[in-house]
Design a protein around this ligand. Sequence first.
Ligand code: SF4
Length: 323
Amino acid sequence: MIIGFTTSFPVEIIYAAGHKPVDLNNIFITGNAKKYVEDAEFIGYPRNICSWIKGMYSVVLSSEIDAVIGVVEGDCSNTQSLMATLKDKDIEIIPFSFSYNKNRQELKREITKLEEYFNVPHSKVMEVKMRLDRIRKKLIYLDELTYKENKVTGLENHFWLVNSSDFNGDPDNYENRLDQFVLEAENRESLKFNFRLGYLGVPPIITDLYYFLLENDANVVFNEIQRQFAMPYMEEDLTDQYLKYTYPYTVFDRLEDIKVEIKKRKLDAVISYSQSFCHRQIDNMLLKKYIDIPFLTIEGDQPGDLDARTSLRIESFLDMLRY
Ligand code: SF4
């Protein structure tokens, strides 16, 4: 079976059950994203709802997805309604919740529920976890090649980390391609750029952001949420792994991680991305309040290239850093 999902969750369970997990966000953004959004609006999805939600809706209806795991606590305030509209189209819906209070027992119960749903023993799930952790270790190395050696661009870093949410549905193939990429990156000259940036927030819907930054002498050496998708803490226990993962919890959990990485990676500034109509724009107020290096908020709405106004704001921000 092909199992779609709305954000990172214990994907180990799906692999252990012999199914193929598919991150709906990745299919949306690498496909005909504008068309996916238009299709959802055509059937009545409101204009003032985040494009990712509309994109995921259309992806499910136009792909060979057998069931969808909706993370209904710890991700997006719109997911419950997205699930309802999919259920109305006879799509099988499986809810998963992170615990708002990071309660270990609650999260463990959710994991057990999912294992029971897919009828897979925990021991088998742990075998898959160990297999995926071997790839995740390589992603930690790729991240180090980015911020220690300056051999990987922000876009490449983004690409590998964001795709680790589902390992493109085929961990062996993903790992082979990753090995080749790492080998190539190791043998490169270090990149030359003036500014070391952090990128905060959900992955951008803007397609050329990283190119634009690099053209303007700035490389992203910290992709906050994408790195979270790669589960970089190497916890031995599955529940602990998903307790350490900051994205589903509060903005204060994210801040703790961000502050460590700002120092470790010697960041000059951060760009905080907000998606139009996303409740996480509220979190951005607190990120801005508690992060004490130069901070620029940008917003994206529809899939596509940077608009002129945002390009100008980024250029002015980099000019300010320069002088
Ligand atoms: S960007 Fe925000 S509103 Fe859109 S799907 Fe993600 S969490 Fe939900």
